[in-house]
Write a protein that binds this ligand. Structure first.
Ligand code: HEC
Ligand code: HEC
Length: 385
């Protein structure tokens, strides 16, 4: 995974800096100009932003996810299309081109795929601003990168998804042992974004509370979920998570995930997974009606969860987040990963746990949204730890 832009403040990629500005501005704007939306509803993009032509009628909180999807699909930063500090301006040609492309994508899907979102920006662009039209000699086939491709002919019959999930639960110690633990504090380091490792602490409490704090030269950056609502904080900026961030945080905070996962999805499918780090895997896909799926990759031999991929919906396509788990060790009677790597297109960081304590009292207040008295602008947090 490529690490980007070492010089920017350690956990902020340029893209997330843009997002930060956008959200801060949008917040100020909607407070001053637009009529307050009805309770519980999100304003439309054209109510909150200044120059919306393609995304009329789309909820405003879907614009940034759509932009993240575009940036990832083309492998570019926000500035490729946007004038710094003035996202509404149409001064850059690629922005104007992108509007045409958004219309083209919709037309292709409408005319050829019954309006299903089969073709996206990524289908053609594959991480480049100019799609390649001629087959590449000696290049790796795109399938090899997919991570979801698997040998067509399986020799041995595959187990059921349920069997693989049961083995996972047994491997990490079983439900009884798992439920004897009710809290955990982990201390370690976060490495990524080209910087030096920085200290991180993760506080987790059953059934679904999580708080992680990264210490950046005295400036704490927090990602938290109190069981219902998640929030993010960097110095001077605190905000609540939006819907898709909240959904992701809920999975991360699930203290008994290995015993609970079966109840989270209506349906599970199983496929032969790709090799991860030389290990054969099973891919279990959790599905709920009307939601993006959850992909879980299990080590065929040991039964451990090696990778989790979740997807956040956007108007143009799904934004993926990948978590790779490693270094499973004993923690009392159960086994937990001491290392995990979080990756998104163009960015990745790794957390290595050095010390853990379990069944320590943690006050519920720690997880609650609790903005400091500093000016609380909207702010994009770089990362969910
Ligand atoms: C490939 C071009 C492209 C890239 C890259 C891109 N955008 Fe956009 N952006 C657009 C287009 C096109 C629109 C106008 C959408 C419309 O007309 O509804 C837009 C609109 C916006 C708006 C609304 C501005 C307003 O007030 O009308 C914001 C905010 C925004 N983008 C943020 C971002 C951020 C943040 C990033 C980086 C994560 C980003 N964009 C990356 C093409 C791009
Ligand atoms: C069916 C294939 C296809 C799809 C889907 C597609 N594009 Fe493109 N796009 C192209 C091709 C081909 C070009 C290059 C045209 C050229 O070279 O003149 C291009 C060019 C562009 C450019 C101009 C690049 C530059 O700076 O010269 C932008 C910006 C762009 N696409 C954005 C998008 C976005 C955003 C989406 C999704 C909403 C998208 N494209 C979907 C095929 C596609």
């Amino acid at each position: 995974m490529k690490v980007v832009r070492p010089k920017i403040w350690i956990v902020l990629s340029l893209a997330s800096l843009c997002v930060l500005m956008v959200l801060a501005r949008a917040r100020a704007q909607s407070a001053s100009q637009t009529p307050a939306p009805a309770a519980g509803s999100v304003p439309l993009a054209e109510q909150q932003f200044k120059n919306i032509q393609s995304f009329k009628g789309v909820p405003a909180d879907q614009i940034v996810p759509a932009m993240q999807f575009i940036s990832a699909s083309l492998g570019v930063e926000c500035e490729y299309c946007h004038v710094h500090g003035a996202f509404e301006k149409d001064d850059k040609k690629p922005k104007v081109a992108a509007r045409k492309m958004i219309a083209m994508m919709a037309a292709i899907n409408k005319q050829n795929f019954d309006g299903e979102r089969e073709v996206t920006c990524y289908s053609c662009h594959r991480g480049a601003s100019n799609p390649v039209a001629t087959p590449i000699i000696g290049g790796e086939s795109a399938n090899a990168h997919d991570g979801e491709e698997h040998p067509d002919k399986e020799k041995a019959p595959l187990p059921s998804a349920s069997e693989v999930l049961d083995k996972y639960l047994a491997t990490v110690g079983g439900a009884d042992a798992l439920h004897k633990v009710t809290s955990r504090v982990e201390q370690g380091t976060l490495t990524g974004f080209g910087g030096q490792p920085v200290p991180i602490e993760v506080y987790a409490k059953a059934p679904d509370k999580r708080f992680s704090v990264t210490h950046l030269k005295g400036n704490d950056s927090i990602t938290a979920f109190d069981g219902l609502q998640g929030w993010l904080s960097v110095p001077g900026r605190v905000r609540k998570m939006n819907r898709s961030e909240n959904d992701a945080a809920r999975i991360d905070a699930d203290f008994y995930f290995p015993s609970h996962v079966k109840t989270l999805y209506q349906k599970f499918d199983l496929e032969a997974g790709p090799k991860l780090d030389g290990r054969e895997t099973f891919l279990v896909i959790g599905r709920n009606e009307g939601q993006p799926p959850l992909h879980l990759y299990f080590d065929r031999q040991s039964g451990f969860l090696l990778r989790l991929v979740r997807f956040a919906e956007s108007p143009l396509g799904r934004n993926p987040t990948q978590l790779d788990y490693a270094d499973y060790r004993d923690a009392g009677d159960i086994k937990i990963p001491y290392r995990w790597t979080l990756s998104r297109p163009g960015t990745s960081f790794t957390i290595q746990v050095e010390h853990i304590e379990q069944n320590v009292p943690i006050d519920d207040g720690k997880f609650k949204f609790n903005p400091p008295p500093a000016p609380a602008n909207g702010g994009e947090h770089p990362s969910a730890h």
